[in-house]
Design a protein around this ligand. Structure first.
Ligand code: FES
Length: 145
């Protein structure tokens, strides 16, 4: 299966049944992110214990790519230290913006397929910018613009 097929399959699957699509009632950290160009917005919730992400979830409404990217992100982050989340953010962001070709390991690599659709790159980075803002204490919603 080539990357394009895998991309389609994973994005469709994670959009149709997003993982960790729920609110966390008393999160350690949470933040809203939005894309003013389309109006899509999502909220990322995190429970962090001793520097490790013990739970992460999201809710909101967005296009297939923004939802699938958020879903993949939550799957990849659960149980990881914050430093690892920062590393994954840098890898995914680098991959999406073309700064690097080094794909993150596992399913996150399919996000590289978004590069074929430049107008959708911000859809894919929305959840990740929101995550980083939440982890590092941003005090207002993150915008992709
Ligand atoms: Fe709005 Fe993708 S079209 S985030």
């Amino acid at each position: 299966m080539d990357l394009r097929d895998l991309y389609q399959e994973v994005i469709v699957d994670h959009n149709r049944s997003p993982r960790n699509f729920r609110r966390i009632d008393a999160p350690t950290k949470s933040l809203e992110g939005f894309n003013p160009l389309c109006g899509d917005r999502l909220t990322v919730y995190l429970t962090v214990n001793d520097g490790t992400i013990s739970d992460v979830a999201f809710e909101g409404s967005g296009c297939a790519i923004s939802v699938a990217s958020a879903s993949l992100m939550t799957e990849a982050l659960k149980g990881k230290p914050i430093a690892e989340a920062d590393r994954l953010f840098a890898q995914v962001h680098g991959l999406l913006t073309g700064a690097t070709d080094a794909a993150p390991e596992g399913k996150l690599a399919v996000l590289g397929g978004v590069r074929e659709y430049p107008s959708r790159i911000k859809c894919a980075t929305l959840a990740w910018h929101t995550l980083t803002g939440a982890l590092h204490g941003a005090d207002r919603p993150v915008s992709t613009e």
